[in-house]
Design a protein around this ligand. Structure first.
Ligand SMILES: Nc1ncnc2c1ncn2[C@@H]1O[C@H](COP(=O)(O)OP(=O)(O)O)[C@@H](O)[C@H]1O
Ligand SMILES: CCCC(=O)OP(=O)(O)O
Length: 363
């Protein structure tokens, strides 16, 4: 049987996206949304491994894709050690860091883990491309204000880089010729200044910046310390309040922006206040990141699922268009970027990076 297909697996905090490609042709894609109640049944994100893997294998089976026809599996890469951008082979040290969550828990850790499991049963390669741990920060961006704590680059690097290339193409330029502010508005939110193709700062989508559909964003730190020592919450409850059950979900009980827009249209004032507060915080972060590149911004780009909401993009555009023209690229180019990343390796145009050679593993 000819092995000519690539399986692309993209676990996000609110969804699992799956696609099958034959070379550059997408044969099928499915976006499986996960509601807050379902994900809440799992204590840790790695506990979702079997649930999401079975969903993917069932989808393949139901859509007539035989795993024996796969030539590679590529997954979204997770919270690994700070690393250069690129396509990586899933090796044992990389897998180990995904499983332990070396920089924390996130759904994207499951991408490489599930890709590896499916690839191993077929004796083929598993890969990740531009994981959320891609780190191109400049030295100033790493200083937090407390020496024990470093600012981290945890960012939607895959989509941000893919969308930046798309915008540059449409402008007849290369990313290296541009300064952009890109805001990925998904289950988590990343806002970055991109200087000549490099993500030189970012809010850290897991813990800082605007609140998001499922995360609390940056908080007044004194109040957080009080909560931690109140005895009212276990460490796991607090983690869930930060990620998974934070932000829009905490106020409105849903991680689904479409549902919130419907509530606003039905006259729900609380939904309006919270959704606008998210748009307000997004706008403020874009303003802050514009200072990093001294206001020399060619465009502000809004991408990710929440950028489908005209209500939200209108609000943000009104508040930030004084900085630069606002371009809306709703949704993501992640599936395409994962497939193209692995094709460059399979077709010999690029050599897959080896994690343990690119990062310092000191334990
Ligand atoms: N038309 C829309 N209006 C508002 N929010 C939307 C719309 N479409 C998708 N979303 C929201 O976008 C978020 C998912 O974005 P996505 O980039 O797919 O993130 P992730 O990969 O983190 O799951 C969810 O909160 C979803 O409800
Ligand atoms: C940690 C950055 C990646 C991220 O937040 O992704 P999702 O929006 O898919 O959860």
């Amino acid at each position: 049987m000819e092995r000519n297909l690539v399986l692309v697996i993209n676990p996000g905090s609110t969804s699992t996206k799956i696609a099958v490609y034959n070379e550059t042709q997408k044969m099928a894609q499915e976006n499986l949304d996960h509601d807050t109640q379902k994900l809440d049944q799992f204590e840790k994100i790695t506990d979702q491994y079997e649930y999401r893997k079975e969903m993917i294998l069932n989808w393949m089976h139901e859509n007539g894709f035989d795993t024996h026809k796969l030539r590679a599996v590529v997954g979204r890469g997770g919270l690994l050690r700070p690393m250069p951008s690129g396509a990586y082979k899933v090796t044992e040290p990389l897998l180990k860091d995904l499983i332990v969550g070396i920089q924390g828990e996130h759904a994207s850790n499951l991408g490489g883990m599930i890709a590896d499991a499916i690839a191993k049963t077929e004796g083929i390669g598993a890969y990740i491309v531009d994981p959320v741990a891609v780190d191109e920060f400049e030295p100033l961006a790493r200083i937090s204000g407390m020496p024990e704590i470093k600012r981290k680059s945890l960012v939607h690097a895959l989509n941000i880089k893919a969308i930046a290339h798309r915008v540059a193409d449409e402008m007849g330029k290369k990313v290296e010729d541009l300064n952009l502010i890109l805001a990925h508005l998904g289950g988590g939110i990343s806002i970055v200044p991109m200087k000549k193709g490099k993500i030189i700062d970012a809010n850290n989508a897991n813990e800082m910046g605007p609140f998001s559909p499922e995360r609390c964003g940056g908080l007044p730190v004194g109040d957080v310390v009080k909560m931690c020592f109140s005895g009212d919450y276990s460490p796991n409850e607090l983690k869930k309040k930060m990620r998974g059950k934070g932000g829009m979900t905490a106020y409105l009980g849903t991680n689904d922006g479409r549902e919130v827009v419907k509530q606003i249209e039905a006259g729900n004032d609380k939904a309006k206040l919270v959704f606008e507060a998210m748009a307000y915080q997004i706008s403020k972060e874009i303003g802050a990141m514009a200072t990093v590149i001294e206001g020399k911004v060619d465009a502000v780009v809004l991408t990710g699922g929440v950028a489908y909401s005209k209500y939200l993009t209108d609000y943000v555009t009104e508040h930030v268009s004084f900085i630069a023209p606002v371009i809306i690229k709703a949704g993501e180019d992640e599936m395409e970027a994962l497939n193209l990343g692995v094709l460059r390796v399979l077709n010999g145009e690029e050599t897959a990076k080896i994690y343990e050679k690119e990062v310092k593993i000191d334990d």
